[in-house]
Design a binder for this molecule. Structure first.
Ligand SMILES: C[S@@+](CC[C@H](N)C(=O)[O-])C[C@H]1O[C@@H](n2cnc3c(N)ncnc32)[C@H](O)[C@@H]1O
Length: 251
């Protein structure tokens, strides 16, 4: 049975997906700053992977923006996009800029076994309950070939004993969306339990200002400079500890 406040509701909500995919179209030309970091991680990994032609899965790929930018930057990889939202996959398949990339209906909770050298999970897991998160991490680990690498972009913060689960309702998500802010310590433990090692966390700092939206229906990321001029990323009233994480599966 679907959980309350679950991403499962929105992956089949055509009205939400139309609005969300419009939002994503802002980033089809211009690479999102956090995606630039993922591109550079993938670039640095390719020299270390011994496979002739590595296979990368972007799970929860939405309209395929990251894959487009990845393929522009690194051509020595075979790319696959996976998502549970059929309408996003259809948009990807009909986009000539994404031709040659395979788009598959895939559930992060049940990925094909031993299939990929790199799995990217970009802004997906923060919506997952504890049970779903554990299942996703196990499924990603199984889906990687020996020596494979997972790259995660998600909320992760350094307060070891503060574990937050917030239910946000907004115009876009009137039935509510779960947002989890997990301690890095717990994320590391979960990744290690699923068979990963060498877990690295790189808290993301946005190098540009994003304007504060008016207090209307838009709940999107904007920045506020702290006293040291760090650009803190907010979403409505919430501070977002976005972080890149890289972990390796044993050989
Ligand atoms: C917040 S969006 C992030 C999209 C994109 N990765 C990005 O960073 O812009 C989350 C994406 O994950 C997908 N998704 C949610 N649950 C999923 C699941 N169980 N398996 C695969 N994809 C899922 C959604 O359909 C959506 O495209």
């Amino acid at each position: 049975m679907a959980e309350k406040f679950s991403y499962e509701q929105y992956v089949s909500d055509a009205d939400f997906l139309r609005k969300y995919n419009d939002y994503q179209s802002r980033y089809s030309e211009k690479v999102r700053e956090s995606d630039k970091v993922i591109v550079s991680i993938v670039n640095s990994l390719t020299s270390k992977i011994n496979t002739h032609r590595p296979v990368l899965l972007d799970i929860g790929c939405s309209t395929g923006n990251l894959l487009m930018h990845l393929r522009d930057a690194v051509q020595s990889i075979d790319y696959i996009g996976g998502d549970l939202a059929q309408s996003s996959l259809e948009q990807c398949r009909s986009n000539p800029k994404l031709s040659g990339i395979n788009f598959e209906l895939l559930d992060i909770l049940d990925l094909p076994v031993s299939s990929y050298d790199i799995v990217v999970v970009n802004a997906v897991l923060y919506m997952f309950s504890e049970k779903q998160y554990d299942a996703a991490v196990r499924s990603i680990s199984k889906s990687l070939k020996p020596g494979g690498v997972v790259i995660i972009y998600d909320f992760a913060h350094p307060f070891e004993h503060q574990d937050l689960e917030i239910f946000e309702t907004s115009v876009l998500h009137p039935d509510g969306l779960r947002l989890c802010f997990r301690p890095m310590k717990k994320v590391r433990e979960k990744l290690v339990a699923a068979g990963f090692s060498d877990v690295e966390f790189s808290p993301f700092e946005l190098p540009i200002d994003l304007p504060k939206p008016p207090y209307d229906e838009e709940v999107v990321t904007y920045t506020v400079n702290d006293s040291l001029a760090h650009k803190m990323m907010f979403r409505g009233v919430l501070y977002q500890p976005w972080c890149h994480m890289v972990a390796h599966k044993a050989n």
